[in-house]
Design a protein around this ligand. Structure first.
Ligand code: F6P
Length: 528
């Protein structure tokens, strides 16, 4: 009922120019923007008007988002396909209300795990934990993939101005090229290796970890263990790897990989940035949690961001969403959001086992501005495919000596959303040839903040986490499992022996796969 009313609104709105909504509603900007703890969201440059918004908000109440939200924060087993609660918000708020799991309060246990990895990170930074030669570690390799890589990699890069610890490097891909290039430039005598894997079974991570262990052992012999530590939920498996108990940093089973940056998985970032900055980052997340739990829907950043997303994807049918931070250091933010959103909500099976009849979330992609302006923005402005854009920008940069750069950066960001909305048709003389015209009327939202600090980054990540949650609840899907990644992983294990040994055979594969395998073997033979 609400969905069909929304579809009708979409049809009706197709003849309305976004720009004209500002004329018909002089309070539009005030109504279609939200500011919370220094984070300002402007979603006025969309074709959502007051009646559409009312319908969208009705969707939130009819799907009991508020009730689900509380079940998440209070530790109920909402990840029902894995029979787990969802506890990443507790990682950033251990001193908050007790969260009870199976009748047991777990805040203190989580706090102890946090203290253990935070103290270790500080000890590395301060030189209280040293290399086997008694010197300070200068470099750290975080070996992990997916959530055990993207979060710490994105945060470490985004907060570069705060980094005063050892240099952090990330190793994720099974491609030997990455490990080769990385280790070639590093000195094992001064490098600490973190094996970050929740399960401690992930093919890429364990293969890379074994290789790096050999690399360390080649130089350090039996002392190599002093250069390794592990972050995992699988303590026993870490022990089997000869990682001593005091170097195993655990986090709860109920922290999903893509939500794990708040836990020990964030350790490489803490080694770079220090405990204080990580606490500011946590506080930013906590501030967003508080806002999410208390603000009414129309003034609630995650709820409104989710509803804008639902409007564009499920109602208007725009199949992709571009995330464009005007922050070079946020280079990995689109990748991070890709996992967060697409691994969480790229599904069709609902709570009740039926399938959703709507698109199952947009393709998330993007890159930093202004670089993207010189690559894919042509398509955003003049193609016949509409891509809702999400711009992020800090009013100030960290580099006081580069003010002119920052002024241009902000100007460019604001110019793009204005150009996308306004186009040229109504303003510019009719004499322009068609190829010079911009139809405009392309939706975007802008997130503006003072400066990219640890607090702001914490807010932003929590904002997007909760947005994904709201979208999931409204669609009726479990955002916290990822069964969709299993099939390909399993097949790769079956195909591996056939790649390794050309005499191996396996029945039941497609003709295309058989031919690709045999071609790969013949290319190998013909290679010089
Ligand atoms: O491939 C899916 C996935 O399970 C992600 O959800 C996760 O972040 C990643 O693999 C890495 O998993 P792990 O931390 O267990 O190595």
């Amino acid at each position: 009922m609400i969905w069909s009313a929304l579809k009708q609104r979409c049809k009706d709105a197709s003849n309305t120019r976004i720009k004209s909504l500002f004329d018909s509603d002089t309070d539009r900007l005030a109504s279609f923007s939200i500011e919370c703890d220094g984070l300002y969201l402007d979603y006025s440059k969309t074709n959502i008007d007051l009646s559409t918004r009312n319908l969208l908000i009705h969707l939130v109440s009819s799907k009991n988002v508020g009730q689900y939200r509380e079940t998440m924060f209070t530790g109920k087993r909402i990840n029902f396909t894995e029979d787990r609660p969802v506890l990443h918000t507790l990682e950033r708020n251990t001193e908050g209300p007790e969260v009870m799991i199976d009748g047991k309060a777990i805040n203190k246990e989580v706090q102890r795990a946090q203290d253990k990895f935070l103290s270790f990170a500080e000890a590395i930074r301060e030189g209280r934990v040293l290399t086997c030669n008694g010197t300070k570690f200068t470099d750290v390799i975080n070996i992990g993939i997916g959530g055990s890589d993207l979060g710490p990699k994105m945060v470490t890069k985004a907060l570069t101005p705060y980094a005063d610890g050892p240099r952090i490097h990330f190793l994720s891909n099974i491609d030997g090229a990455q490990i080769f290039d990385l280790t070639r430039g590093l000195d094992p005598q001064t490098t600490l290796v973190i094996v970050a894997s929740k399960t401690f079974t992930t093919l890429e991570t364990m293969t890379n970890a074994l290789q790096v262990k050999h690399w360390l052992t080649g130089y350090l012999g039996t002392e190599a263990g002093k250069h390794m530590c592990a972050i995992s939920n699988a303590r026993e498996k870490c022990l089997e790897w000869d990682i001593p108990e005091e170097r195993i940093f655990t986090f709860g089973e109920s922290i999903g990989g893509r939500y794990s940056i708040w836990s020990a998985i964030g350790m490489s970032a803490v080694i770079a940035l220090g405990r204080n900055n990580f606490e500011h980052f946590h506080n930013g997340g906590k501030s967003m949690d508080c806002h999410f739990r208390t603000a009414p829907a129309h003034a609630n950043l995650p709820i409104m961001l989710a509803l804008v997303g639902i409007w564009h994807n499920q109602i208007c049918g725009y199949s992709t969403r571009s995330v464009i931070p005007y922050e070079e250091r946020m280079e990995y933010f689109p990748d991070y959001l890709q996992q967060l959103e697409m691994e969480s909500n790229g599904k069709v099976v609902k709570f009740d086992q039926t399938e959703i009849q709507l698109p199952s979330g947009p393709v998330i992609w993007g890159g930093t501005g202004t670089n993207g302006q010189h690559a894919y923005f042509q398509h955003l402005h003049q193609s016949n495919i509409i891509t809702p854009c999400e711009f992020l920008v800090g009013a100030m940069g960290h580099e006081k000596d580069f003010q002119i750069h920052h002024d241009y950066l902000v100007a460019n960001c604001l110019a793009q959303s204005e150009a996308l909305m306004c186009g040229t048709l109504s303003e510019v003389s009719q004499n322009l040839p068609n190829y010079r015209n911009f139809k405009g009327n392309r939706p975007s939202i802008t997130l503006l903040y003072k400066m990219l600090t640890p607090h702001v980054l914490g807010q932003l990540i929590a904002l997007y986490e909760h947005r994904v949650f709201v979208e999931g609840v409204v669609l009726g899907i479990n955002s916290f499992d990822q069964w969709g990644v299993e099939l390909g992983k399993g097949l790769a294990q079956k195909i591996y022996p056939l790649i390794k040994d050309e005499n191996q055979r396996e029945e039941g594969f497609s003709k295309s796969l058989e031919e690709l395998i045999s071609k790969a073997h013949s290319f190998r033979k013909n290679s010089v």
